[in-house]
Design a protein around this ligand. Structure first.
Ligand code: XMP
Length: 319
């Protein structure tokens, strides 16, 4: 792609000019954006870059392993793998307000990046895979009043005390352009085609209190749902599909026993930039198939519902 080849060259020059001989820490989230940013920055400044993958325990099934493998084996880019599940889960204990969860998670990320920066004798820059829609949505909602809908934590607003400047080479790009750039940089198609995944991870897909047990339940349901979507050949037609675990228990019957378990919500939308979205119109038989498998295979869930809300008025995530 000619445009992206040009963009790649221009950005590499810009990154070199901005960074000089400084050191950069790049947080990898497991998603496409931060991976593309990291590979691009690595191409520009090589060993001045330290990639940090914080595993907050709020990833999807097998996601952490996939990121580590991509960077270590495919790119041979050194990666610091921080296992921070306990820290995140203990900090989330008792938090139910969506913005409080986001604030805690954003703050914990910064603390960990600072700690990693200290370990390498200080870093001058923090790199992030912020995209154009992230920038807009954190400021105001398209066409609406200028209020924050959700504080996407990978945008601006770094604490004053932090002595690092931001490097955000994807700030002008939309998602489809980031994917083009990712392909241009040689990222595998399956990785580039991944659905977006929010920085706060499963924490914002578990309304109410987040616990390890609820994360494990949700991971299983989500994996089954995505497995069904892939098997039906629908993955690439969908912008984002995921399960949410509701803080509601309902009565059911399994065999000849009464159950009293959680409700799982399924969401799938089409979109071009995440700013507006339409519900993906699955066949009813597809959804009943997913519901059957999830209830049969996931202990802790006995009911499945499908979310028929577009954005607006709904948002894509439930929190
Ligand atoms: P919403 O829910 O605002 O989502 O319609 C739009 C897109 O943004 C993602 N999203 C987030 N990404 N931190 C992120 O990095 C967040 O706090 C966050 N909240 C939502 C969401 O997955 C969708 O792709």
């Amino acid at each position: 792609d000619w445009t992206m080849a040009e963009f790649r060259k221009t950005k590499i020059a810009e990154i070199r000019a901005q960074v000089g001989d400084g050191k950069v820490i790049c947080g990898l989230s497991g998603g496409v954006d931060s991976a593309v940013a990291a590979v691009l920055i690595h191409e520009a400044i090589g060993e001045q870059l330290t990639c940090v993958f914080v595993d907050h325990g709020l990833m999807r099934m097998n996601e952490a392993e996939q990121v580590v493998t991509l960077f270590r084996d495919h790119y041979n880019i050194p990666l610091v793998h921080v296992d921070a599940e306990d820290m995140f889960l203990s900090g989330l204990a008792g938090l139910t307000d969506p913005e409080k969860k986001r604030k805690f998670i954003g703050g914990a990320f910064i603390d960990l990046f600072e700690e990693e920066a200290r370990k390498i004798g200080g870093a001058d820059f923090l790199a992030q895979g912020t995209l154009y829609p992230d920038v807009i949505e954190s400021v105001s909602f398209t066409g609406g009043p200028s209020v924050t809908i959700k504080s996407h934590h990978n945008v601006g607003g770094l604490p004053e005390r932090m002595n690092m400047q931001l490097v955000e080479p994807l700030r002008e790009l939309f998602k489809d352009e980031v994917r083009d750039l990712g392909r241009e940089l040689g990222l595998p198609d399956v990785f580039v085609g991944r659905h977006p995944f929010p920085g706060p991870g499963l924490a914002i897909r578990i309304p109410g209190e987040v616990t390890k047990e609820r994360c494990d339940i949700l991971r299983k349901a989500d994996a089954i749902y995505l497995d069904e979507i892939r098997n039906a050949g629908l993955y690439d037609a969908i912008w984002q599909a995921f399960a949410v675990l509701l803080p509601v228990k309902t009565v059911g019957v399994m065999g000849d026993a009464r159950t009293y378990d959680s409700v799982c919500g399924l969401r799938a939308v089409t979109s071009t930039d995440g700013m507006t979205a339409d519900v993906y119109p699955f066949d009813a038989s597809f959804l009943t198939g997913c519901a059957t498998r999830i209830v049969n295979e996931v202990k802790g869930i006995n009911r499945v519902v499908y979310d028929y809300t577009s954005k607006p008025p709904g948002t894509i995530e439930w929190e």
